[in-house]
Design a protein. Structure first.
Length: 503
């Protein structure tokens, strides 16, 4: 079976090489005739295919100049039809020897599928009522030297589609819609925050300390300073420095880098938004989370009732809110309000067969988190805020006034996945220093995801940071949700892929 597949690939490669050679010969002939398409620097296009087809009554019998890639061609002696595809639509063109002249028509017949051409002519409808352009002039703007995938089979292999997104967009133009929706979502989020008085800022991607989240960083080296640096795993600490500096509301949307595994939900680089608002808390962040999700859904889908991977969801505001401890009690009957020591918690975990990864995690708080992962997360289908997280897993969140073992932190879950993370931000420099110390201890014990000590951030807090609410949302996951995409690679134009020569 594998041998047949390899043989087919070899035959296909021979065919492609032969076709590429023919196309190069055509280019060479054009260059010999001083008609090199690659010397053209500009083309004055007046209209797109979409404009013409959606407003035919305004274009009928009028001259237009269009441009696009040939995706179909039918030669019929002295007259032909071709279909071109531009950035948003396809349109047919009627091309004849009578309109172009013998020499130009002869050259048109040599054009290949994939070539990019410009057409000037008038708009009309064929006998079958298809909106078309009757060509008066056709010009080759760019020669396609590599044939497109065979049109009936196209580019179906997901791995190849992700590696060659440029071909995917040509062969599967419906893919463009996903990325157009992505752009609209990002614009809508910015609009929501701008209206609320948030200031969009930019913070460094390269940092001398890795912090703001629990994640393994990418490490690089700055030659001039002879210094190891880290690609940011979060924007949190720098944004909170700006709150200290006197900005009341700030946000940043941009790339985050984490040196971790890849799967349908994780890519080493991804886009997130973090926002911080002085004098607000995590309850306020719940409200703005609902607003962002619902307004984005209405913007791109026209409704808050959506379907994701076959699951009907209702994003209408009023999402369920439940503490982590109560959610565990609902799911498996265990009430951690009645378990007060680390020893009791660890014993219970062992009785339930829940594995504790290492000795540094043998705390009540860590066990609560493990129980949540085991019994609760996968059951959270409709939008749900899980709040009041243990302090052990929330090094940057303010402790709850009701129970100092917990923090004012929430995560939002939909379809068993986490979509956002928020805190009432810790602004006590003494408490923050002690939590950083525990993170450093965990890091020294082998936890590569634990935070580093950030003395400068402690110093910033010592100048005083007002009570602040902070929120982070994964943009890629939000786009997946609103485009019904199963994999994060479907919403990234250029996802990280293992090089083929390493496979």
């Amino acid at each position: 079976m594998q041998e047949n597949k390899n043989n087919n690939q070899e035959v296909e490669e021979l065919d492609i090489n032969h076709l590429m050679q023919i196309r190069r010969e055509k280019l060479a002939e054009l260059q010999k005739e001083n008609k090199d398409p690659f010397e053209i620097t500009k083309f004055n296009r007046t209209n797109t295919a979409g404009e013409i087809k959606s407003n035919y009554e305004n274009f009928e019998e009028k001259d237009v100049t269009i441009a696009g890639r040939i995706i179909a061609k039918r030669i019929m002696g002295k007259a032909s039809f071709c279909t071109i595809q531009d950035s948003n639509e396809k349109i047919q063109s009627y091309v004849s020897i009578n309109d172009l002249g013998e020499e130009s028509y002869k050259q048109f017949k040599t054009f290949d599928i994939g070539d990019i051409i410009g057409i000037t002519g008038f708009v009309f409808k064929t006998k079958t009522e298809e909106i078309s352009v009757h060509a008066k002039e056709v010009i080759l703007l760019s020669k396609s030297l590599r044939p497109l995938p065979e049109k009936f089979h196209g580019l179906k292999d997901p791995d190849l589609r992700y590696r060659q997104r440029y071909v995917d967009l040509i062969i599967n133009p419906e893919v463009k819609k996903t990325f157009e929706i992505r752009s609209k979502i990002i614009s809508e989020i910015r609009s929501i925050l701008d209206e609320k008085g948030y200031l969009e800022v930019e913070t460094p991607i390269l940092n001398t300390i890795s912090g703001g989240a629990t994640a393994k960083p990418f490490i690089t080296h700055h030659n001039a300073l002879d210094l190891s640096m880290y690609l940011r795993i979060a924007t949190e600490l720098n944004l909170k420095r700006l709150i200290v500096g006197g900005y009341d509301k700030v946000y940043e949307m941009g790339r985050i880098f984490r040196n971790e595994g890849m799967d349908i939900r994780h890519n080493p680089e991804f886009t997130s938004i973090e926002l911080y608002s002085a004098y607000e808390d995590y309850q306020d962040m719940m409200n703005i989370t609902e607003e962002i999700f619902t307004k984005c859904a209405k913007k791109v889908l026209g409704t808050t009732k959506i379907t994701y991977q076959g699951q009907d969801l209702d994003l209408t505001p009023g999402w369920k809110r439940i503490t982590m401890i109560d959610s565990i009690k609902e799911a498996c009957g265990v009430d951690f309000n009645k378990i007060n020591t680390d020893e009791e918690a660890v014993k219970l975990a062992k009785e339930r067969g829940i594995e504790i990864p290492d000795a540094t995690k043998e705390t009540r708080g860590d066990v609560i988190a493990l129980f949540f992962d085991e019994y609760v997360e996968k059951t959270l289908i409709q939008p749900t805020f899980i709040y009041d997280y243990p302090v052990e897993i929330s090094p940057l969140a303010k402790k709850s006034p009701k129970d100092k073992r917990l923090t004012e932190r929430f995560e939002v879950f939909i379809c068993g996945r986490e979509y956002g993370n928020a805190f009432s931000e810790l602004n006590d420099p003494i408490d923050q220093y002690e939590r950083f110390k525990k993170q450093v201890e965990a890091r020294n014990a082998g936890d590569e995801e634990a935070s580093m000590m950030d003395e400068d951030f402690i110093q910033a807090l010592e100048y005083g940071m007002p009570p602040t609410g902070g929120l982070g949302i994964g943009i890629d996951r939000l786009v997946m949700l609103l485009t019904d995409s199963a994999s994060i690679r479907d919403v990234l134009l250029f996802p990280t892929m293992k090089p083929l020569n390493n496979v």
